[in-house]
Design a protein. Sequence first.
Length: 610
Amino acid sequence: MKLSKFSARHFRCLYDGQEIEFHPITVLIGENDGGKSATLDAMSIFFAQNKSPSDADYSFVNWSVVGDQEETDPKETEITLGAEFNLDEQDLQKINELLISPIETLKIRKVFNKDGTRSVQIRCQTPTDLELRIDPVAITLPQIRELSTQFKFEIPGGTSREPNLSAFLEWLRHQPTVDDWSIAPQSILSMMPEFELVPSSSDPESILLRLLSLAYRDELEKEDNQDLVKRLEQNLRGPLQDRASTLKAIIQTYLPAIEDVVVDPEISFDSGLRSLRLQLVGRDRNPINLSMRGQGLRQQVTLAVYEWSNGVLEKRQEEGGRPLILAFDEPDIHLDYRAQQHLYTTISRFSESNIQVAIATHSINFINRVPINQINHFSLSLESSRSTIETLKASDDPEELEFFLHHLGSNMGLDNSTMFYERCFLTVEGKTEEGALPRLFEICTGASTHARGVKLVNSENNHGAIVCAKFLHNNHRQVLFLVDEDTTFHKGTNRLLSEDRLFRADFPKERCHIVTPGCFEYAFSDDVWCRVLNEHQFEGSRVWVSADVAKFRTTPKEFIESIQAILSVEAKPRIGLWLAAAVNHVSEVPESIRNCLLQADELANPSTSA
């Protein structure tokens, strides 16, 4: 059983019940207080047997600016936490034996009310009559008899529950049903994965305690140990009852009308390990107090605990332990770059042991090491305290999956963090544009591309550039293209980032800027090129003037070849930098290029652009 989706409604900043998709490794990123920790806390409540939200967990009713809420402001009275699970054949068989109609995907939700009541429900074909929506495992023989009388169906009778339950279920399967939420059988809930959350503040001792507690519960559930525990619980219960029996006589002296007093203590070993002490001893045989040592030593011990847990949890899964979801809330805090890499490698191994991992993090190390469709980005609305969760999804296009998700993005300088945080992507054809445009953008707007949220993408005339752009466009990212004019009329060229191809890929015409005349290099004035040649000519000390450059302007291709011959054979990677450095004023930026850069700035900053 694997978690595939989770949602929280009216839980802190998680207001709308937006679904979050889960994978073998799922990464939660975003601003502080954006909802990452709230999601992990909500999951902790959902997967626990007897845990409920606190009053502070209920969302405020009104949309209000973050931080402006008062405790006296009205709050929602109901929290709904829901999850969807993918099931293997064995899980399906077990679950469908408990339901009147089979299911393919398990959907469970828990509804909590501020008055303290709660319900646990399953989505399935359930009786239309609400009185018949009963957990068949929990129903008692008197309840079956009462229903038999009320709905007039036959049961065998007698004092044995099983034959009467079988008769009731057989009758129930023939009653009208509807696809709706119904009471979830407890035996199905016991099959759900265990959830273990490691908070950001965890020290090595607490992490070790949490992971050993899982092993403790597994050992406790083994049949041999269960028999021992039950006998021990019974042996302890008797003496405790005897000690408590003396309370009866004392109560009766105060209240003579009281006939009897019964004290029935409940004893359970299920609470697990309560504490743990991790003691290190140095080579000098002296104890090492971790709480008194520096963060570096504690980091190393923490990494060792995580690495140790791989083997423990792998063995647990091999022995048939319940499915497990391990969640880490900012495990990278206080870790240096290399330690973060080590930690990610260690944590990622959990997924190889059939354990799902959820990581809330700010670490670029973590963000860039997973496929982008496994990342959920959390942000708060500027006008409210409610979260929006965003995931970049690939379409069904196999090219998009192959080119972008695994290879193309990183090859083109688009790491996962860039995909979420940059606001406009300007795709260009080659190295000259890539080198020149950052300075030209600053000349045109007065700010850097980085400061304004504009990312330059060098397509290098790669087919994947269009695939990449389609991916960005389909995920509501702003995409612009800067295309040389000569790609539109040179029929023999093999350029894939052409105006015609972009139009055929359904990109709006206003997003495709054509550099005129000719091409990027050809569009700049003779004066600008004179400055470049005088500064960077490869040999000689000739003083170039505009008339000299004008003589080169036959075709764009011949013009570029002439310029490169004067600069050097290795000028191509640097020519864009030199060209931009020679521009002294915004008026010297060709109009077609200037218009493209200004639109990129406007798309990235719609609320601040003029």
